[in-house]
Design a protein around this ligand. Structure first.
Ligand SMILES: [Zn+2]
Length: 112
């Protein structure tokens, strides 16, 4: 499990993961942290689309197990997304804040 800090693979400086100033980028086979300001506009756009895709899948899966919420369905959902006990060990990653940070950075750049 990663700690609170990582190294930006673009500028080589440390980044604090508890701040909304970094994103996970897929580079080939591996996924690395970079500063939002270090990522290219295309990479930021890809991050936003990735988050939206994951969130959409999450809520679609949630709708699939409703309205019955059978014990077996809930167990399968937890297998995919983690149980409350597993998730509560992490600092909650609020994707809405991250999306706002990414959109803000794109706007600053003029998004062209
Ligand atoms: Zn950087």
């Amino acid at each position: 499990m990663p700690g609170d800090s990582a190294t930006c693979i673009i500028c080589g400086n440390e980044l604090n993961l508890s701040e909304m100033k970094s994103v996970l980028l897929k580079k080939g086979d591996c996924t690395r942290f970079v500063h939002i300001t270090c990522a290219t506009s295309d990479e930021l756009k890809k991050c936003i689309i990735d988050i939206a895709t994951q969130e959409k899948e999450y809520y679609e899966d949630l709708m699939k197990i409703s309205p019955e919420f059978k014990v077996e369905s809930i167990r399968q959902f937890e297998e995919k997304y983690g149980t409350f006990n597993e998730l509560s060990d992490y600092v909650p990653s609020d994707s809405e804040i991250l999306i706002a940070a990414l959109l803000h950075e794109l706007q600053k750049r003029g998004n062209h």
